[in-house]
Design a protein around this ligand. Structure first.
Ligand code: MV4
Length: 448
């Protein structure tokens, strides 16, 4: 087993990983930028190393500084968390070359899944359902036009380097294909320095349902059921739940088996997520694979009673998995609490937290690095806490979430607490009748 893990991240996820390290008797090393000197992850780790100034590119993304921190503290593994370097092939490779175990995917796996057209081609080969579309990349606009005409509109143009919705265009009629093609390529070129495109049939008002998987070093994988992440705004998830209100036993079995088949086909090692689009007839299609622990992992932990960070560490150390799949026994919902003003277009609201009262009680979990007196730096993303409720049924989990949100007091900055409180009373949310289009139609009621 590892003796010392360096956590190449910040915020709640750094703290989350440190907690599991403590429980496993593994020493932890925090790294931090000068903007994060007062963060809890720095205080709770056994050691802490400053790795640079506030800008991510000079600290949490600076590979040389992180490797130096790992070498001076003698860490034998690095956990990258999510975001930052978690899906950086170069970083994974450098760790391997320095004999420091990267608790994440190999460079090859990250590259293969990070390129969306190559991920799609791999899944097609593995026999996983994919949205009908191009075989690999499109060489020319004329190829796109020919394929779109033969498949029929609407279609979705996608950049192979895409992410966060960048380089993606829904095209409803052929007159708009040219402009969509030019715009999507230009956007992708600017964001990723890559303008290679592929094309799919457009799935109208899909649900985003993802399957958590874990694979071991011996080629065996299992799934841990689904999370419904359809409540998103501009490709940012706001709340997630498991089980999905749209799920059936039959669909869960089919999606779970597909995700395991995908993972075993590529000999995936570690925790990963296979994202699917699900249409209104419950057809499911491979969308993307994430080769990291995800923000919303706690809801899965809650319903199957399983520490995913611990499992990541165990499989990275070469421990085999049991091989059985896991099915939800409870219902769990996560609300992402962001320092943003939901009454003003979710505008970021960094600043000092003057008052904080955390909710508690049965079935309430709060993953956060903030406390009263803490200043939220403007340099990073605005998520400051994840509030998770777990109960026997969806209705009870919603009622518990309402109660927990009502108890939660944060003063000094605006937060998304009022949004979540309204969401929990929204008839379409409460009935489970929501798709990825839900937030386009959601309007905040005025402040009371
Ligand atoms: C799609 C789609 C409809 N049809 N592909 C959005 C993120 C990107 N990685 C893939 N995305 C989508 N791909 C086809 N063929 C709709 C989306 C999509 C979406 C997906 C999941 C969650 C929220 C979304 C919001 C808008 C569009």
């Amino acid at each position: 087993m590892f003796k010392k893990i360096l956590i190449a991240n910040r915020g709640e996820i750094a703290l989350r990983i440190i907690r599991t390290c403590k429980e496993m008797g593994i020493k932890s090393v925090a790294v931090y930028s000068t903007a994060d000197a007062d963060s809890l992850h720095v205080k709770f780790a056994d050691e802490a190393v400053c790795i640079g100034p506030p800008a991510s590119k000079d600290s949490y993304l600076k590979i040389s500084n992180i490797m130096s921190a790992a070498e001076i503290t003698n860490a034998d593994a690095i956990h990258p968390g999510y975001g930052f370097l978690s899906e950086n092939a170069k970083f994974s490779k450098i760790c391997q070359e320095h004999n420091i175990k990267f608790i994440g995917a190999t460079a090859e796996m990250i590259s293969r899944m990070g390129d969306k057209a190559s991920a799609r081609a791999t899944m097609e080969e593995a026999g996983i359902p994919c949205v009908p579309g191009s075989e690999g990349l499109l060489d020319t606009f004329e190829d796109a036009e020919k394929l779109a005409n033969s498949m029929g509109y609407p279609v979705m143009l996608k950049a192979t380097a895409g992410g966060g919705g960048k380089g993606m265009r829904a095209i409803w009629k052929k007159e708009n294909l040219r402009k969509g093609w030019d715009d999507a390529r230009q956007e992708s070129k600017a964001a990723f320095d890559n303008d290679a495109m592929y094309l799919e049939k457009l799935i109208v008002e899909p649900r985003h349902i993802e399957i958590q998987i874990i694979g071991d070093a011996y080629g065996k994988a299992c799934h841990l059921s689904e999370r419904d992440c359809s409540v998103q705004r501009r490709h940012q998830k706001l709340t997630e739940e498991t089980p999905s209100p749209f799920m059936t036993t039959k669909l869960r079995k089919a999606m779970g088996e597909s995700a395991v088949k995908a993972a075993e086909y590529i000999k995936y090692e570690g925790a990963g997520t296979v994202e699917f689009l699900v249409d209104n007839k419950r057809n499911f299609y491979f969308m993307e694979m994430n080769t990291r622990i995800q923000v919303e992992h706690p809801i899965t932990e809650q319903v199957i009673d399983f520490d995913l960070i611990r499992e990541q560490i165990l499989v990275a150390a070469g421990v085999p998995i049991s091989g059985k799949n896991y099915f939800p026994k409870l219902h769990s919902i996560e609300c992402r609490i962001n320092a943003e003003d939901p009454y003003n277009n979710f505008r970021p609201s960094p600043g000092r937290i003057v008052t904080l009262h955390a909710p508690g009680g049965h079935g309430v979990r709060l993953d956060t690095h903030v406390y009263a007196g803490y200043s939220i730096p403007p340099n990073y993303d605005s998520m400051i806490a994840k509030l998770i409720t777990t109960a026997q049924t969806r209705e009870e989990a919603i009622n518990k979430m309402k109660r927990a949100l009502d108890e939660f007091v944060i003063e000094g900055v605006k937060t998304t607490i009022p949004f979540h409180r309204q969401l929990m009373d929204n008839p379409d949310y409460v009935s489970g009748n929501y798709t990825t289009k839900f937030m386009e139609d959601f309007i905040m009621k005025p402040e009371a």
